[in-house]
Design a protein around this ligand. Structure first.
Ligand SMILES: N[C@@H](CCC(=O)N[C@@H](CS)C(=O)NCC(=O)O)C(=O)O
Length: 233
């Protein structure tokens, strides 16, 4: 089987890349140069009509959206333990709900925290958008923080690809000023994630892709964002 993952360093394509590295299956990587608009080119839009990474190309057939890519990987490589799928319709749908929560609910908050001006361009609106998104993110991460106080991984004793998703979300928001101090268990979860060889390989792949973009003058630099103060709960 031929598998190719399109990605950009730091993007949510990190999640399926970790999954592929955990599986250990050979795959190709296609670096997408956002600054050149490669993701909006007609060829790329044929693969992924939303013009986003990741796309997984399986024997020439494209699959977009993290939820479907991760579900396909979990079903195709069951021994890798990406998700504890059992075939029970309710249990499997509950796992899908957790993936969709990361992809649909939390990811859009990540974008508002990092790039608030994309969500509202009224004068002085960016800070308000960012703070509201951060407050909503914090409220949703509280349940994860509570779970991680009694178990190492999101689903319990066993790692799953949901851990990779939350890891990426946490990395993205804390890199954009979201406060770490209210979430010590999430911070410790990051340490556990980064001890995994698959995650270390993924980060090394991203670092070398970033170095390549630097060399080509194609790194997008965002303005520094001030630390966020969460409302007192
Ligand atoms: N719902 C999509 C979100 C994908 C997404 O937003 N990707 C971002 C990178 S994290 C992207 O490609 N952004 C480029 C753009 O929107 O122009 C998924 O889960 O695959």
């Amino acid at each position: 089987m031929d598998i190719t993952l399109t990605f950009a360093p730091g993007s949510c394509a990190r999640v399926p890349m970790i999954a592929l590295e955990e599986i250990g299956v050979p795959y190709e990587r296609q670096l997408v140069r956002f600054k050149k608009g490669e993701h909006k080119s007609p060829e790329y839009l044929r693969l992924n009509p939303a013009g986003k990474v990741p796309t997984l190309i399986i024997d020439g057939k494209p699959l977009a959206q993290n939820v479907s890519i991760l579900m396909w990987l979990a079903r195709s490589f069951p021994d890798a333990g990406l998700l504890p799928l059992t075939g029970d319709p309710y249990c499997d749908a509950s796992l899908l709900a957790r993936l969709a929560w990361c992809s649909a609910d939390l990811h859009q908050l990540v974008t508002r925290i990092r790039l608030p001006a994309f969500s509202c361009d009224l004068p002085d609106s960016a800070e308000r958008v960012r703070n509201l998104a951060a407050a909503s993110m914090a409220a949703q991460l509280d349940s994860v923080e509570t779970d991680l106080a009694r178990q190492p991984w999101l689903l319990g004793d066993d790692w799953s690809v949901l851990d990779a998703y939350i890891y990426w979300i946490w990395w993205r928001i804390t890199g954009a000023g979201f406060p770490r101090d209210r979430f010590p268990n999430l911070a410790a979860h990051t340490t556990r994630m980064e001890a995994r060889p698959a995650v270390q390989r993924t980060l090394a792949i991203e670092a070398s892709a970033l170095a390549q973009l630097e060399e080509e003058g194609l790194v997008i630099h965002f303005a520094e964002t001030p630390p966020i103060e969460l409302p007192i709960t």
